[in-house]
Design a binder for this molecule. Structure first.
Ligand code: GLC
Ligand code: GLC
Length: 807
């Protein structure tokens, strides 16, 4: 069952009923100002950091869900409704929501009156613009009042949700004409404020929530709206809001537009006040002047659309599979941009107060983003690397606002260092910017202790080499990619963090997964060293990789698949010797991606075990059998009920590793089959089961042991986005940048007999036409000349290279 459809030419998903199985959201903003917006206009805005600079308030855990947003009410002769359906929920004659790239339009119609909200964050502005278009489709003159509404958050979102004894006394606002200013704490240490304004004279306003809503009312029935008139309240403490009212009259067929702008501004300390106690609003006025007319708004939206068209032109697939086209060309890269910007901080599942930017997460996000805006990837690499410790380990997370490592979470996730090598390698391959390796980057944000980025990579590599356990496999530390495999934690205390607690000190627990990672990623370090003329160093590093490969085969093989780990006691995890958790997905994916066991058939055997034991109609589960009870020696993985999250959920992030691994052993058909099982566009028809947005990936789909098998959770912010983009664009379709050229090596089975990929890389355009019989091993001609192998050397910027590929 569906709740809408894709409009491919507009690059929009069109939701045709407010009653979706969950709020289906979009993100606005791609620079500093971000907003979440649901198909019913719920959500919130923040400046750069969802925790430290929250602008508007949203209520997680609320009943009903999706509470708090930018709302517009219409009151006409006692009839009160909201075109976005929520919060009033009065029946609409027509409803449509279009989520596009960086903008959302929601239109509702009732009794011949239609109201459309267009919301977006313009490029180059710290603002969310709301253009409201009101049209009278009826035969009579209509006079009504339009009310706006949003609620200010008192900046620090965690404190806002916790510290009522202080916060209920500090709220302050100022009103000037049609502009409502939020200036809580501006009197003391803050030098930022927010504004919500409309480009027309208002009939009235409210800034005090209780006055506007009524203490015992909900947002479905604000007393000012019900009465049809604002109360012109000025908030003093309690809950400051911003609401305007406008008197509107429309003749039959007439249409009018209003522009509301929510802006964030900073003043230098010396320019905070225009007169004692009066906010200096000059900067806000400049901002509002940029969106004072509908023509300005239209131009700004057009600019945003052009921007996205430009970004998406770097990888374009033309094929007979419209679902694959829309994933590869639009929605997957779009999600990659959002994950790059927000890491795991703010979604409808991540509250924006729990987590900053992840070291591991952000490095992986780069993989799907680097071809969109390489310069921003470069900056991100610098930020991430600066949170690395001198010994090569890393803060697991850092706050985007301060760019400092997060002490509460600390360090000790032993996979973290390797992801930096992978992220940097992806950047250098995309751009050819080897110079980044010479950049001086601090350790632990200490400018007095800086070294080249290459030195950071060296320490990453040797952090693994210097932290091996009894079998010569990498020590796992607090956890590896699987945050929930906590082999030194031994937690018996409810609520204790599995990730930061280490109740036992041990240097025994080892990760075969990190071993596979080391063999997959290590060669990038070797190659970069070689290209810096460090032949001896490269040779020495290569020996470590060879040793690790041999060690994984010797101590990491369980007979039919790769083991997952050795625990604190040296016992096997992910072995047929275990009762539950006999086989895990991660090492099968990464070890085969690394080529381990390809020569002697063990790679194929491991992947066949994945098919037999882990595959389901909704994707590949993380492990099997699911843990039935809590294992103190394994940690959080066994804490989840069977089938959810890391305990045998379909963790979509690692499914693409198996997709890639299948292409490594040349089984494209199976790879493509796995890809389609979790790709949202292919799941659109079962939206009633899947429940989340059919245009973006979710982190998890409940596994076969779960009560709700097939149901997704945690959409949007997940490494799934980057890895699936890599799997589809670089391995199935087979076009991937390397240091010297584009590799063209498709492997996706016979379903698509021909397709074309247009790839822009380092300023040149490659038009790659593929004739595909479903095998592996491409034969290429470049501008008509046959070449050996699968490498298309980089051409000068500006050139167009025609590649034909037979496979
Ligand atoms: C979450 C985390 C990611 C981790 C994964 C598996 O997606 O963000 O860092 O690798 O869970 O535990
Ligand atoms: C929990 C989640 C896991 C996530 C981690 C982040 O353990 O299950 O998916 O990566 O929290 O700290």
């Amino acid at each position: 069952m569906r709740f809408g459809h894709f409009d491919d030419s507009a690059r929009e998903y069109v939701i045709t009923t407010p009653n979706t199985p969950y709020p289906w959201i979009n993100y606005l903003g791609s620079e500093n100002f971000f907003s979440l917006i649901s198909h019913q206009a719920g959500g919130y805005s923040f400046y750069r950091d969802a925790r430290m600079r929250r602008l508007t308030r949203y209520r997680y855990n609320n009943i009903p869900t999706d509470a708090g947003g930018r709302y517009f009410y219409i009151h006409e002769d006692g009839d009160v409704w909201t075109p976005t359906f929520l919060p009033v929920k009065r029946e609409l004659d027509a409803y449509e929501c279009r989520h596009g790239l960086g903008y959302t339009r929601i239109r509702g119609e009732r009794g011949g009156l239609s109201a459309e909200l267009l919301a977006f964050v313009p490029l180059g502005a710290d603002a969310e613009v709301h253009q409201v278009t009101l049209t009278n489709h009826s035969e009579r003159t209509r006079s009504f009042t339009l009310f706006s509404f949003l609620e200010w958050c008192l900046w620090e979102a965690q404190d806002d949700a916790a510290n009522y004894q202080r916060n209920l006394s500090i709220g302050e606002v100022e009103v000037k004409g049609s502009a409502i200013y939020h200036k809580t704490e501006y009197r003391e240490r803050r030098d930022h404020y927010a504004v919500y304004a409309v480009n027309a004279p208002v009939a009235g306003f409210d800034t005090d929530r209780e006055t506007f809503v009524g203490l015992y009312n909900s947002l479905a029935e604000p007393q000012a709206v019900v009465a049809g008139a604002s109360r012109n309240s000025i908030a003093s403490g309690w809950y400051p809001i911003a609401s305007h009212s406008l008197a509107v009259t429309l003749e039959p067929g007439e249409s009018t537009k209003y522009v509301f702008t929510l802006g964030y501004l900073e003043n230098p300390k010396s320019e905070k006040w225009s007169s004692p106690g009066r906010l200096n609003t000059a900067r806000a006025e400049e901002l509002l002047a940029r969106f004072a007319t509908s023509e300005q708004v239209d131009a700004s939206l057009a600019e945003l659309r052009t921007y996205w068209s430009g970004l998406l032109s770097n990888y374009v697939l033309e094929s007979a599979d419209e679902k694959l086209n829309r994933m590869v060309n639009v929605w997957n890269p779009y999600q990659c941009m959002v994950t790059f910007n927000l890491s795991r901080s703010a979604s409808y599942f991540e509250t924006g107060i729990g987590r900053g930017m992840g070291f591991r997460d952000s490095n992986q996000d780069l993989l799907g983003f680097v071809h969109l805006v390489p310069e921003r990837a470069r900056q991100r690499i610098m930020d991430i690397a600066a949170t690395q410790f001198p010994d090569g380990s890393a803060y697991h997370q850092y706050q985007p606002m301060t760019k400092r490592g997060n002490n509460e979470i600390g360090s000790g996730f032993n996979d973290d260092p390797l992801w930096l090598i992978l992220g940097v390698a992806a950047y250098v391959k995309e751009t050819g910017d080897f110079g980044i390796l010479d950049e001086q980057v601090p350790f632990d944000n200490d400018p007095a202790n800086a070294a080249s980025l290459f030195e950071h990579l060296r320490r990453s590599f040797y952090h693994v080499v210097e932290n091996l356990g009894p079998h010569g496999l990498p020590l796992i530390g607090r956890a590896d990619w699987n945050d929930c495999l906590n082999l030194n934690c031994f937690s018996e205390t409810p609520g204790e963090s599995f990730q930061t607690t280490a109740n036992r000190e041990g240097r025994t627990a080892e990760s075969i997964f990190i071993g596979g990672m080391f063999v997959f990623i290590g060669p990038e370090f070797v190659e970069l060293a070689r290209r810096r003329g460090l032949a001896d160093e490269a040779d020495a590093a290569a020996v470590h990789i060879d040793t690790m490969r041999a060690t994984v085969l010797e101590h990491g093989w369980d007979g039919d698949w790769f083991l997952r780990a050795y625990d604190f006691f040296g016992d096997k995890v992910g072995s047929h010797e275990n009762t539950d958790g006999q086989i895990f997905i991660e090492p099968q994916g990464f070890c085969v991606m690394a080529g381990i066991g390809v020569e002697d058939g063990r790679a194929v055997r491991a992947l066949d075990s994945v098919k037999e034991r882990l595959d389901t109609e909704h994707g590949i589960v993380l492990l099997n059998p699911a843990y039935q009870e809590y294992h103190v020696e394994l940690g959080e993985v066994s804490s989840y009920p069977p089938g959810y999250k890391e305990n045998a959920g379909i963790f979509c992030h690692n499914n693409p590793w198996v997709v890639i691994a299948e292409t490594v052993v040349g089984r494209g058909e199976r790879a493509f089959e796995y890809y389609k099982k979790i790709a949202p566009a292919y799941r659109e028809d079962i939206s009633d089961v899947h429940r989340l947005e059919p245009y973006v990936y979710a982190q998890m789909i409940a596994g076969k042991d779960a009560v709700r098998h097939g149901e997704a959770k945690n959409s949007w912010l997940t490494g799934t986005a980057a890895w699936n983009f890599v799997a589809a664009s670089q391995y199935l379709l087979g076009v991937r940048p390397s240091y010297d050229g584009l590799l063209v090596d498709p492997c996706l089975g016979p379903e698509l007999p021909d397709f074309t990929v247009t790839r822009v890389c380092r300023g040149a355009t490659y038009v790659i036409s593929v004739k595909n019989s479903g095998g592996k091993g491409a034969r290429l001609t470049v501008d008509g000349v046959p070449v050996d192998g699968t490498l298309v050397p980089y051409a000068p910027a500006g050139s167009v290279v025609n590649v034909s590929c037979d496979v």
